[in-house]
Structure formats: structure tokens, C-alpha cells
Design a protein around this ligand. Sequence first.
Ligand code: TRP
Length: 361
Amino acid sequence: MPKVILTGDRPTGRLHVGHYAGSLKERVKLQNSGIYDKIFIMIADAQALTDNAEQPEKVRQNIIEVALDYLSCGLSPDLSTLLIQSQIPELCELSFYYMNLVTVSRLQRNPTVKSEIQMRNFEASIPVGFFTYPISQAADITAFKATTVPVGEDQLPMIEQTREIVRKFNTIYGDVLVEPDVLLPDNKACLRLPGIDGKAKMSKSLNNCIYLSDTEEEVRKKVMSMFTDPNHLQVSDPGQVEGNPVFIYLDAFCKEEMFAEYLPEYANLEELKAHYTRGGLGDVKVKKFLNKVLQEELAPIRSKRKEWEKDIPAVYEILRKGSMAAREVAAQTLDDVKKAMKINYFDDQALITEQSEKYHS
Ligand code: TRP
């Protein structure tokens, strides 16, 4: 079986370092590993519209932002197919048939959907499209017969839902769909990077993100304003490392060789943490180091973005070509699905013969 990756993001804003640590960095690594036969990266605009029906312009504007973020992180159109979800109408058809395989109560139990409903204060007014987006996401994944879905931890319930749909479909109609595996980053700190305010998640509405496209100065300011251990008031006080965003970011991004370059008094992160825990190490010093670490990671991304920004039509052309290529793959899967469900009437010579015999024997 070919090894196929599918993953994607909703274009509701620029991507931030949470996206980068949780998934984007991993995707680029997987892409460059050469072990996958096909890689599809989807800008999920149709999914973004499920809770932004009244802001289509926001979605429209952010497609290019996400595409620029992808390209500047090193996703390459030569190695990965970059596509826009809404340009693949086959996905809607697949979703429509999958809807019959999922119960309302199963959707109501989805923890990610539950917490999103709370966050958006939807409660009694949940759009049907939003409620069913896990089904449409199953269509995204299965349309490309993806074997591997690299995502952040919050997407686990979506992959589980997809696997259930695949099993049910294959049981009823025969083996057509591929059951995907999820791939999470190895580094635990990357799983869910907190916001710079210490809140559990980076989110545009909380205004606590460091964006991949932030300038050097913006990144520096954000790092220097980061929430740390609130009980670490004086340099001499013992500090807490666990749950401290500055140290979580260091866990996610710092490499040992960076100490020799930027903070030679310490050999590695363990020594730095030990000093902070014992007391006598100020937040400013740690933040200055984190700033260096982040700038080193983000500088090449920023400069690549500048290059791509010079040729926006080329970026749209990459998305157009990718969407066209993706559509062919999805159309083939839809054919397989309809055939398995026996709703391919006009290609089904056996059906036509059977029906005519019924009337002529
Ligand atoms: N739900 C994902 C997010 O919110 C985006 C997405 C849409 C996706 N379709 C997908 C992710 C398919 C992985 C696979 O970021």
C-alpha cells in the first residue's frame, strides 16, 4: 500500500509557532524524509466556513497567508501537493454518503467539537455544517487514501471518527477506504504550546500568539512580555519550571549547541532549569536566551516568506495546480466509493441486464 500523508489547516489567520511546533515542522521533516509516496497539504477553507459563514472575506484573505506560511516553512510544491479544499467538490459528495454512517449522538460526544462549541458560545445555535465537520474531515482524509495524518493532539478525535467511518464503510460495502494512522510530534513540549500569556493554547482571539510572519522586533517584544512563574518575584527566589511557558518553549525549540553560542555559562537546558529551580536566575536572562533560540528558528522562515511575497500570482498558481492534481485523486476514490455502494448505475451493465431480464422473461 502506498504511504500517503494528508493534513491541513483552516485559513482563519496566519499560522503561529504553535502550529509550527505541533505540526508544520514535522510535515516538512516527513516531506524531506522521502519515505512517503504522496503528500497532500490542504487549506481547509470549507471547514473554516463552517463557523465563519458570515465572514467569508476573512477566509478568502487568509488562504494566501497560510500558503505563504507553508512555503516559507519549507513545504515544497515539488514534493507536496498544496490544495484548497473547496476546489475539490468530490469531498462534499463523499461527506454526504458518510453522513449515513455516523449517528448524531456520536458527533455530540466528539471532545474537540464539544470544546469548540463552548469556546464559540454556540450552545443552542450550532450550525449543522459545523456540527458535522468531523465527517467532512473524514472525507478529506479518505479521498486521498491517506495512511498517515500528522496533526496536533487536538485533532485525535477527528482521526478516530475517520477510522470508525472507514471501518463501517468497508464492512458494509467492501474494502475500499484506507484506515489512517495519526502521527504526533515526538517532543512532548511541541504537542501543545501555551500562549505567551500562559493560557493553554495559542489563539488569535486571545491575542497571545507568536506568528511565523512576525518581525524580529515583534517576536522579541512578545518573548520579553511572556508569562512565567508568578511566584518567581525576585531573582533569588526559587522558580518553577513545570508549566512555565518560557521553559516549555525552550523544551520545544532549544538545541544543545545553542548554549555554546548564546549562553555558554550553561552546558544544556537541564543545567539552566536546575539553576532556575534553585533560585538566583532571573526571568529576563532566560527570556533573552529564548529570544535568541526563537529568532534562530524563525529568521530563515521570515526571509523565505519575503521571497514568496514578491510573487503572489505564483503562489496562487501552485495552489491551482495542486488543487487540480488533488481533484483527480479524489475523483478516483469517489468512483471507487460509488461502485462499492452500487450507485454507479450507468456503468453497471449487470444491473441493466438484470432489470431487462426481469421484464422480458
Ligand atoms: N481540523 C483541522 C484544523 O482545525 C484542519 C483540517 C481539515 C484537517 N481537514 C483536515 C487536518 C484533514 C488533518 C486532516 O486545524
